[in-house]
Design a protein around this ligand. Structure first.
Ligand SMILES: C[S@@+](CC[C@H](N)C(=O)[O-])C[C@H]1O[C@@H](n2cnc3c(N)ncnc32)[C@H](O)[C@@H]1O
Length: 344
């Protein structure tokens, strides 16, 4: 893994800028490393004997205002995988040769009936014909693999007094009860619940969340503030990859009153939302270039307006629009003092 990471860093000219250490994350507390602003730990904690000890070790080297980016396997979305793991433990009982275990797994995979849970969730492992031996071992024969429901994710974080900031990117919609429950009555019921139970309800509704990707921090107010005049809005790589900036700029340049994008999220889900267009957000969208700050953008929009309330009004309309665009990280904010991250 370290060799591959080094190769990737080399390709980007970053190898010498990184301190490379080969050690268990459990040794971090006494390592002399850190404290860190940001710790990324994707797909690792659920393979440890004690994920809680792993998280404690990571948190011990996190700055007070730092953040963690974590990925943990999802309990319900991976139901088919865990049934397959159980099945292969039965079949491979007494067999210790990895090659034979993988061959047995391939044979079972090739003959699964449509009633099998793995077959019922084809999105779970994508095109499983294309899995190589290492992937088959990792998914179906892993000896240590402990999944998490949304509530179990929160329990794990509670032990370290960590706050779940947000789930990541467009998948955030899958945790949003308003996308799951469309009727007003149901929405009212679920709205009464604390956030973690709202998200748990959405998880149970979809049933397909096979991994939880999220940010965590010690503080609850770590999200960048669109009202900070020194923050710079920028369309994210995610937005660019689906052609969103062009789509919204084309729409605001036309006479349309509403921008209505729809995005193909994972698990065959389509997210769509409406953004009502007005004189202010038509300009805002054109001014988002990853260089100009919110203060500069608002000044540009208000220049020419002579009403004393114009400034506050423009700030409000800009923040409303950014809230919609930031909901799924289509637009992100960075402080003008932070260089070189204009394409997160
Ligand atoms: C499923 S892989 C995830 C790899 C990578 N983070 C990614 O997203 O592709 C799990 C990784 O966890 C690493 N790992 C397992 N136990 C560890 C520990 N105690 N400390 C650090 N890494 C560990 C393994 O070496 C393996 O590379």
């Amino acid at each position: 893994a370290l060799d591959i990471a080094r190769q990737r860093a080399r390709r980007r000219g970053l190898e010498d800028k990184i301190t490379w250490v080969r050690a268990s994350l459990l040794d971090l507390p006494d390592s002399g490393l850190g404290p860190f602003d940001y710790i990324n730990c994707s797909g690792v904690l659920h393979h440890l004997d004690s994920p809680a000890d792993g998280l404690a070790a990571l948190t011990s080297v996190l700055k007070d205002d730092g953040a963690l980016g974590l990925m943990l396997y999802g309990r319900y979305g991976r139901t088919g995988v865990y049934q397959m793991q159980q099945l292969m433990r039965l079949i491979n009982h007494g067999e210790h040769r990895s090659r034979a275990m993988v061959e047995n797994t391939k044979e079972v995979l090739a003959s699964l009936p449509n009633t099998n849970w793995l077959k019922r969730t084809p999105t779970l492992i994508g095109e499983k014909d294309q899995l190589d031996d290492a992937e088959i071992f990792d998914i179906f024969l892993h000896a240590k693999d402990r999944p998490y429901s949304v509530l179990e994710v929160y329990d794990l974080l509670d032990r370290e007094n960590l706050h779940l900031v947000e789930f990541l990117y467009e998948e955030r919609a899958m945790y949003d009860y308003q996308f799951a429950f469309r009727g007003e009555g149901l929405q009212r019921q679920v709205a009464r619940l604390p956030r973690r139970y709202q998200q748990a309800a959405a998880e149970l509704f979809w049933g397909t969340l096979d991994r939880h990707k999220f940010w965590a921090s010690r503080h609850t107010d770590t999200t960048a503030d669109a009202r900070d005049p020194q923050n710079v809005p920028v369309f994210s790589k995610l937005a660019e990859s689906i052609g969103m900036p062009e789509s919204i700029v084309t729409t605001v340049n036309s006479s349309s009153l509403v921008w209505r994008p729809s995005i193909d999220a994972r698990h065959g889900m389509t997210i769509s939302f409406n953004l009502e267009l007005n004189d202010v957000n038509r300009q805002l969208v054109r001014l988002i270039d990853g260089r100009h700050t919110m203060g500069e953008i608002v000044r540009t929009i208000t220049s020419g307006a002579d009403s004393p309330t114009a400034d506050e009004n423009v700030w409000n309309l800009c923040c409303e629009t950014l809230e919609s665009l930031r909901k799924f990280d289509f637009v992100v904010l960075h402080h003008e003092s932070v260089p070189g991250i204009d394409k997160l």
